[in-house]
Design a protein around this ligand. Structure first.
Ligand SMILES: Nc1ncnc2c1ncn2[C@@H]1O[C@H](COP(=O)(O)OP(=O)(O)OP(=O)(O)O)[C@@H](O)[C@H]1O
Ligand SMILES: [Zn+2]
Length: 777
């Protein structure tokens, strides 16, 4: 009898192994590995989703449940992806089903309509077919007689653009409009002048009343066209060609294309032309008929980078990032799966893109913590990249100006091959001068965010018609509501944290649990009416700038100004066109920006990240300062950087002055060794949560005890200790940190901890296991 091995969508320890189901006769020829099905599960035979991972031919005597329904006309997961999920399971400690689901576009995980499209364009809904018809259709899909289209049910996922279409040019031209109706006349001639163009309603400079007049007189009609955002991006980018590589770039390139034996660490100072090396490497592999994955951090924040890839590779590019709607993500996924797109540019999850014949994977800014997923499955894109490169015999390039200590240490041990770029690519550009401003000496005006020297530099640059980037470290600077009478701050009822003020919606929101409430008129504590809003750091700095430099044109970029779609792009575009003198923002302006006219970068508060209870605090601060400093003087004008700080002697700040990564690496490694932290030790964090604090404490002690019993004495087990934010979502959190070097029984011990949560008595206990955690706050 033919048996399908199926992983069911029920995240439990018991379901982590595939279950056996009988393949009914009508599906015998059609069911394939990587397809999704519905199967009966549990004693009630509830229908659940499952993924076919294998087949077996077995003699079965008992009654075996059968697969009840085919969900896809074609496989949605490749064999490689199934293998990846197996591998991930060993280090990620999430159930296999959640690893598998991370590889599928969301749209497949939710209820979308599936349409089967025939060559003549006729469509039928998959859900309305009988099982027999589904099989028949699946066969036609396989032979390419039918194609599959997924359509979003909700309007929100559909983006449309409205165009004005002239019904008949002669009729419009002959149509008489009274001379007094000036605007209507203007519109008529405008339409006639642009009769051969696509006129978007949105770009029209006439009121909707005027437009309505033309529609009502049947001179024009409005056409609504479904639009893909990515298409709009493609249209806007002009093409670009390869530059002649300098010696260092050329040498790096030669190494990368020569061998796939080891991953490469491409360490190049800011502006050294790493991106140009990426582009030419990808072009090389495309010529060999291969494909490429290019990962960038939080891509929606760096449209400049995406655009460089589109400019070079045009329609061969698929873009994948969180800013896309589910429908758009699905479109890009299809482009990849069908082979139309050969270059995938995307954020973390793009590492799972279903490309075949992979030639190269590149991870830009490899030190970025956003490559680690902060929710289940807690994978690091770099680890997945290592696996995929192995599977495909593909080259892997990790690029950064400030590599993570883990990667740099691996390069020192010869696990990676180190490639260096030590000069700026643009010959006339050199690294900017960095000056540290000791804010403890700025005694004249304590309340100002600006030192005298920073202010006078800003003025000087604006007078010369040059541009300035100002960065404010975001941490601890979100806007909140406080009572001026009693100091009461409005906290989240579910979490130990103050609510953040959202000016656009006029609400107070919790960034942890999503709680939303209105802004109180009186203080909930003392009933005073003196309740005040405290704007975000950037907002305050912006106000101060307007006061002291009223003539300066300022663009602000932070969470508040970028909530709407494409807001980032718009701000950066304006700045690029010199419609502003100053770009003021949070960390989001530190990365990837390449504006030749920027000659000054100012960091308003370099300290906020330094004192966080996280062993990577210094590394993060140093990286950030080096990154943002690198935005200055990228073309022929010399750049300057001013860093304001209250800790001028801290090594992470002092070493940005000399921009000395080597020295920083050396010092930081010494601390890590002394304190037994990565890269000398590996780490795993176990987070134990419960709504009752006593239970959370008791269970976390129990778990720590279990680990101490099961692991060797060489491993260090710290905790349990309360999390820095001890309560969120009405749950109390305690954490245990395991530090180890070689630990054979680790996987078994941690699985045993997971099993604990399956006990009936622990129903409300939550245990998260995070291998190589990136965030401790
Ligand atoms: N070989 C080259 N010849 C001339 N110009 C180059 C060359 N390579 C790169 N450039 C230019 O130098 C500038 C910096 O290059 P690029 O952005 O690739 O550097 P990067 O190392 O990726 O930068 P960062 O890490 O700071 O974002 C860009 O404007 C780029 O067009
Ligand atoms: Zn909350």
């Amino acid at each position: 009898m033919k048996i399908a091995k199926i992983i069911v969508d029920v995240p439990l320890m018991q379901t982590d192994k595939a279950f056996s189901y009988r393949v009914p006769d009508e599906l015998l020829d059609f069911l394939m590995i990587g397809m999704r099905v519905h199967v009966p599960f549990g004693s009630a035979n509830r229908l659940v989703q499952g993924i076919v991972v294998d087949f077996a031919e077995e003699e079965i005597f008992s009654d075996l449940k059968a697969v009840s329904e085919l969900l896809d006309p074609e496989p949605v997961l490749t064999k490689e992806q199934l293998w990846l999920a197996d591998e991930m399971r060993h280090s990620v400690f999430s159930y296999k089903i959640s690893c598998l689901k991370a590889m599928l576009p969301n749209l497949l995980n939710s209820s979308y309509d599936k349409l089967l499209v025939a060559a003549d364009g006729s469509k039928v809904k998959w859900s309305q077919l009988t099982e027999a018809d589904k099989v028949l259709s699946a066969k036609k899909v396989r032979s390419a007689e039918l194609s599959v289209e997924y359509v979003a049910k909700s309007k929100e996922n559909r983006k449309t653009q409205k165009f004005v279409v002239i019904n008949d040019v002669d009729k419009l031209s002959a149509f008489e409009i009274e001379k007094r109706a000036k605007k209507r006349l203007e519109m008529k001639y405008y339409l006639l002048r642009h009769a051969n163009e696509k006129l978007s309603v949105k770009d029209l400079d006439f009121s909707s009343a005027i437009l309505k007049f033309f529609v009502e007189n049947q001179l024009v009609h409005i056409e609504e066209v479904e639009l893909s955002r990515t298409q709009a991006t493609f249209d806007a980018v002009s093409s670009d060609s390869a530059k002649v590589l300098n010696d260092e770039q050329q040498s790096a390139f030669n190494h990368i294309i020569k061998s796939v034996e080891k991953p490469f660490l491409l360490e190049g100072i800011t502006g050294s032309g790493k991106t140009e090396v990426y582009l030419q490497t990808i072009a090389h592999f495309l010529e060999l008929g291969k494909t490429a994955i290019m990962l960038v951090p939080e891509i929606s924040l760096t449209p400049q980078i995406t655009n460089r890839f589109i400019a070079r590779f045009g329609e061969k590019v698929a873009i994948m990032h969180s800013g896309l709607s589910d429908g758009e993500k699905y479109d890009e996924w299809r482009k990849i799966k069908s082979g139309t797109a050969q270059v995938v540019v995307g954020a973390r999850s793009a590492i799972f893109a279903p490309v075949e014949n992979l030639g190269v994977i590149i991870i830009d800014e490899e030190h970025e913590s956003s490559y680690k997923q902060d929710a289940s499955p807690r994978y690091h894109a770099r680890d997945i990249a290592l696996l995929r490169a192995k599977w495909h015999h593909a080259a892997l390039v990790l690029g950064s100006a400030t590599p993570s200590l883990e990667s740099r240490a691996r390069a020192m041990r010869g696990v990676y091959e180190l490639l260096l770029l030590t000069k700026r690519a643009n010959e006339s550009a050199i690294l900017p001068d960095v000056e540290i401003v000791d804010m403890r000496r700025e005694i004249s005006d304590q309340s100002s965010n600006f030192s005298h020297v920073l202010l006078s530099k800003i003025k000087e640059k604006i007078e010369k018609d040059e541009q300035v980037i100002l960065m404010l470290n975001r941490r601890g600077y979100s806007s909140f509501v406080m009572c001026r009478e009693c100091g009461f701050v409005v906290d989240c009822p579910n979490c130990d944290i103050s609510l953040t003020l959202h000016m656009d919606t006029r609400t107070l929101n919790c960034h942890y649990c999503g709680h939303v409430q209105g802004i109180p008129q009186t203080c909930p504590n003392c009933q005073s009416r003196k309740i005040r809003y405290y704007g975000s750091g950037t907002q305050k700095v912006e106000e101060e700038l307007h006061e002291i430099l009223p003539e300066a044109r300022v663009l602000r970029m932070d969470v508040d100004t970028t909530r709407t779609k494409n807001a980032h792009e718009k701000i950066l575009e304006k700045f690029g066109h010199h419609e502003a003198d100053i770009l003021l923002g949070t960390q989001m302006i530190a990365k990837g920006l390449d504006f030749p006219n920027v000659t000054l970068v100012g960091v308003i508060n370099a300290d906020t990240g330094l004192n966080l209870p996280d062993f990577r605090a210094s590394e993060r601060s140093f990286e950030l300062l080096m990154q943002v400093a690198g935005r200055a003087g990228r073309a022929d004008k010399k750049g300057e950087v001013l860093i304001q700080t209250f800790n001028p002697k801290h090594y992470a700040i002092e070493l940005t002055k000399s921009q000395d990564y080597e020295k920083f690496y050396e010092m930081e490694m010494r601390f890590r060794r002394e304190l037994s932290y990565p890269p000398y030790y590996f780490t795993v964090q176990v987070l134990v949560s419960h709504k009752n604090e006593e239970v959370a404490i008791q269970k976390s002690y129990e778990i720590a005890q279990m680990l101490r019993q099961n692991l060797t004495e060489k491993s260090k087990i710290l905790g349990p200790t309360p999390r820095p934010i001890a309560r969120t979502h009405n749950l109390y959190h305690y954490q245990i940190l395991v530090k180890y070097r070689f630990e054979e029984s680790l996987e078994r011990a941690l699985n045993q901890v997971l099993e604990l949560t399956q006990l009936r008595e622990n129903k409300e206990l939550r245990v998260l296991i995070d291998s190589e955690p990136q965030n401790f706050v």
